[in-house]
Design a protein around this ligand. Structure first.
Ligand code: 4NP
Length: 154
């Protein structure tokens, strides 16, 4: 199974989701069964490491994001991944615009798996550190739900 996390810049929310989800997959013994990646709908930060604030917030929970590099969402991703999960409604609109008609991928929001369908992981880029803590808390809750979902699907 392959899961792709999508946000706007691929330097705050979706790399955080990638790092959090990777650790939770390892803890669940599912790291071999599920491949993951993250990307952004924009080209703004291609090649960059995650935002320093996102890296610091994740490190406080023992998660190292320093090796990740931003890339942009492509049409091919909708063939390569089974789940393409956005952080907010703007991401979701851009994803649906790009999704090829013959793609079988599940395209939705990450927080659908937190039991709060339609809810968004808010963009923390222009806010303070508490925004990054909030992002981590929301992503942890949704990741637990996503792991339960993937276990049932297996
Ligand atoms: P992300 O956050 O989508 O969670 O990576 C953002 C990063 C950069 C910008 C906006 C949001 N920006 O405007 O450059």
């Amino acid at each position: 199974m392959k899961v792709l996390f999508v946000c706007l810049g691929n330097i705050c929310r979706s790399p955080t989701a990638e790092g959090v989800f990777r650790r939770m997959l390892e803890q669940a013994g599912m790291a071999e069964a599920v491949q993951i990646d993250s990307c952004g709908v924009s080209e703004w930060h291609i090649g960059k490491a995650p935002d320093a604030r996102a890296q610091q917030a994740a490190l406080r929970r023992g998660i190292d994001l320093s090796g990740l590099r931003a890339r942009q969402l492509s049409e091919q991703d909708f063939h390569d991944f089974d789940y393409v999960l956005g952080m907010d409604q703007d991401n979701l609109r851009a994803m649906r615009d790009l999704k090829p008609a013959n793609s079988q991928a599940h395209v939705g929001l990450l927080l659908d798996f937190a039991g709060t369908p339609g809810a968004e992981v808010p963009d923390p880029y222009y806010g303070g550190d508490e925004g990054f803590e909030n992002v981590l808390n929301m992503i942890e809750a949704a990741s637990a739900g996503l792991i339960r979902h993937l276990k049932r699907e297996r």
